[in-house]
Design a protein around this ligand. Sequence first.
Ligand code: HEM
Length: 419
Amino acid sequence: WPPKIPRSPAFDETLSLMREGYGFLPRRFADLDTPIFRTRLMLRDVICMTGPIAARLIYDDARLTRVGAMPQTVLRLLQDRGSVQQLDGAAHRHRKALFVRILMEDKGSLDRLVATFRRQFLERVPDWSRMGAVALGKELDLILFRTALSWTQAPVDADLLEDDAALVADMIENAGHVGPRTFGTLFRRSLLERRFRAAFREIRRGKLTPMPGSPMAMLAGYRDVHGQLLSPTVAAVELINLIRPLVAIGRYIVFAALRFERHPQWKEILAEPDAERLTDFAEEVRRISPFFPFVGAVARASFDWKGYRIRRGQWLMLDLYGSCHAGEAFRAPDEFRPGRGVRRDEADYSFIPQGAGSTARGHRCPGEMATVEILKEAARLLAGVIDYEVPEQDLSVSLTTVPTGPTDGFIISGVRWRG
Ligand code: HEM
């Protein structure tokens, strides 16, 4: 680590970040030959970092906050104001425990989630057989949205189901850039939030009773550190914080399908159920696929770290994508090698596609187990339950757009049950 934090020579690099996407941070670490550098984004001074030492700092909840760490539009498309990610200290840990219970500790809840996904997926297969060409990503948006509604017990408006699924997918799609579509998506999101708020009010008035133990019931009944119930507004925000990222798993599933195409031996291997190899495969898909490029944090007070003075209010950024592709941590990092056996592990600060450190005490994603389990189930279905062709199309993945995926989406055809 250099004695003084090097500064990238450009005055402001917002446009370069937009242009370069996933490559922006890794390229500068390489060019400046450093794991840390300073630059300006949106005219704001930011210290960018990569690797396990930096990950320990960015997931040190005592010194940093997520408040003010993302542009407002991104915040409101993703976690939103009032959400668990915007809390610190005891209030954060208390609310986070609710997510940990729903998504990690309650085995029955997780099993129900995966079973719901499987059912929703299988229900679509006959239609796919009739359709000819199927855009896998779009289908997964709908399947996962239905899964999320059924599992959380969120209110369903059958007439709006497809529009709502597209809206949730747009929240993810539009988080990487700001433009007219961002504001359109934010407006549509506010209408969905209004419906969810109304549902929480109905529950409070005893007019609606979600299944006991369901996420909807847990959110409605949750009391914070001060014994207060969540306001319907915050409960609606947190409900969307369960639904939206579940839909986002479809992006990893498309990357898994792409891996089957590029490494057909893995499709063969996983056609026979094998829990360990399924996990190897799913975890390597999470490691190698470009998804969440980086996370931001802000210093709550001034402190010294590795001989650097970090001032109160300093904006910091950690390169998640680059950290998962670092040659120091992963041999041949750009090669897809499920055999390397990476696993979600709180002591491992190198394999961090969904954040690092303690899930319960810091801002690490509570949805990792759900992501891995759904990804495994999807791999099982794609490799062992259905057969399909992948017609000629552009399967290249651009690293300059965030978020990204195969250029033509990933079209499959000739879908049929596997004999
Ligand atoms: C936090 C990525 C799936 C719910 C995070 C963070 C990342 C991330 C990087 C850390 C943000 C930070 O450090 O500030 C992803 C990716 C997913 C995914 C790539 C793949 C689809 C899920 C799922 C759920 C979920 C399935 C829930 C159903 C959350 C919540 C937080 C979070 C509530 C905030 C945690 C906190 O601030 O304490 N996610 N996530 N995520 N994720 Fe995920």
